[in-house]
Write a new protein. Structure first.
Length: 463
């Protein structure tokens, strides 16, 4: 593949019943020269948080966006917004302003009246997000008390919030020279490095902060993206996965976790092509990729090559069997699924496919035998349950079929095949009212699926 490496977003294998029809996600493309995250900054306001009026706490949101310093290579043009449902999102930073209160209260008595007033005004300016004002006040405070680590840190905070990162870095460094134990200052120094594109300097500070506070989404997100920027994909995937655990509803966390996973998969497949270009795994990978692209005959050939290299590898006969089944080559599919059972004798999906093929061939007793085995291995296999209801119908066991279909619908109300089969049974029984209801439900679900497919196709066309 010239200049590109195509990887699978999902691989057909033994899976949930919904994979029966092998609905594969569209192929995504990974450029050979991958565009990387360079840095993050706030959009709109330079804040990673917003102070609520008259309260020493941060609001429950942060805006983070991707940007690239002028001297670096172009990065992905995207922006992300991270929102939390509670106050935990910026807990690390809320400690900063809370510490200001303690510092003011402790030191005010020992200060001159001018210094005490400046300190109180500086704290108020930070609280009210008046960062230019806070900068002026803390510059005056430092002139009066140049050895105050907290004053340097607070000036750095005001500068940081004004996106004046180089000066903020200088003040944070001075604060830490005076007091190496200011943990919140170390975090802000790391974020300042990050926002200037100095990922190498930011990373060790973020790593240390992460070890001390793994529940802070801001630290977690920045560390994960720092790893991603440095092409440390496996580390990035681990940390970004934890971000998803902290913010399970965040599209940004999910996006970057997926991106890291894509890079890890891409790297692994590239290594495979170099290390074992003629291995059965390489043939298997090519088969999966060709299948995903709709080139089923070519995919069959690749699976045959893989089987020739490794005939006892689990999954190869299964994958080839599903391709034969989709092509209507049922006898060849039966042969492959039977070979798969020799390798994986307790596989519910293989048992199901055998039963389904025998049902298509109107061999009801054999179909029922395999379907019963599939359901014994995986009782919740809905496709096998639907096929079992079909065997009852063909055996004139209508009551058993209706009862089973009702059970399926109770557990999965959107199971279209079950609704349609139940409509057919009610119609045969002359139960017009129930038949009409089931048909209406089936048609509504079908329209819904069609709408979703159209939306998916439109999105695919944009890629």
């Amino acid at each position: 593949m010239t200049g590109m490496f195509r990887a699978l977003e999902s691989i057909p294998s033994r899976c949930a019943p919904s994979m029966r029809k092998e609905k594969l996600s569209p192929t995504f493309v990974i450029p050979a020269a991958r565009m990387r995250t360079n840095s993050i900054r706030r959009t709109g306001s330079p804040l990673p948080f917003a102070c609520e009026p008259d309260q020493l706490r941060y609001a429950s949101y942060a805006r983070i966006s991707m940007r690239c310093p002028a001297q670096s290579q172009p990065s992905v043009n995207s922006s992300i917004a991270v929102r939390s449902s509670d106050r935990r999102l910026c807990r690390t930073f809320s400690l900063l302003l809370l510490s200001l209160t303690a510092w003011i209260n402790i030191c005010a008595a020992a200060q001159t009246p001018d210094l005490a007033k400046l300190s109180a005004d500086g704290q108020a300016a930070l609280r009210n997000q008046q960062f230019d004002r806070a900068q002026e006040l803390y510059e005056q405070i430092i002139k009066l008390d140049p050895r105050s680590a907290q004053a340097h840190s607070n000036l750095g905070l005001a500068l940081y919030m004004g996106a004046k990162y180089p000066r903020a870095i200088s003040e944070f460094q001075k604060a830490l020279q005076l007091d190496p134990h200011l943990e919140h200052t170390k975090v802000l120094l790391a974020l300042s490095y990050f926002d200037t594109g100095d990922i190498a300097a930011a990373t060790p500070l973020l790593e240390k902060a992460y070890q001390g506070n793994k529940d802070d989404p801001i630290i977690t997100a920045h560390l994960g993206l720092a790893y991603l920027r440095q092409q440390k994909d496996e580390k990035a995937f681990a940390v970004l996965s934890h971000w998803v655990e902290l913010e399970p509803g965040s599209p940004d966390a999910l996006y970057f976790k997926g991106k890291a996973a894509m890079y890890v998969a891409s790297d692994s497949f590239v290594q495979l092509t170099k290390a074992a270009p003629d291995s059965y795994r390489m043939y298997q990978l090519r088969g999966e990729m060709l299948r995903q692209q709709g080139q089923n005959p070519a995919a069959m050939n690749e699976y045959k090559k893989a089987i020739a290299e490794k005939p006892d590898a689990a999954g190869l006969h299964y994958a080839l069997g599903t391709l034969y089944r989709e092509a209507g080559r049922l006898d060849e599919a039966l042969a492959e699924f039977n070979e798969e059972l020799k390798i994986s004798p307790n596989d519910a999906m293989t048992e199901f496919f055998l039963g389904d093929i025998y049902l298509q061939q109107d061999k009801v007793e054999q179909a029922q035998q395999y379907l019963e085995r599939a359901l014994a291995l995986q009782p919740g296999l809905v496709d096998a349950q639907v096929d079992m209801a079909k065997t009852y119908h063909r055996q004139n066991k209508v009551a058993e079929a209706v009862q089973l279909l009702k059970k399926i619908i109770a557990s999965d109300p959107e199971q279209q095949d079950a609704h349609y089969l139940l409509f057919s049974l009610y119609k045969e029984q002359g139960n017009t009212e129930q038949a009409r209801k089931e048909l209406a439900t089936f048609e509504e679900l079908k329209r819904k699926t069609a709408d979703q497919d159209q939306k998916r196709m439109r999105l695919d066309s944009l890629n």
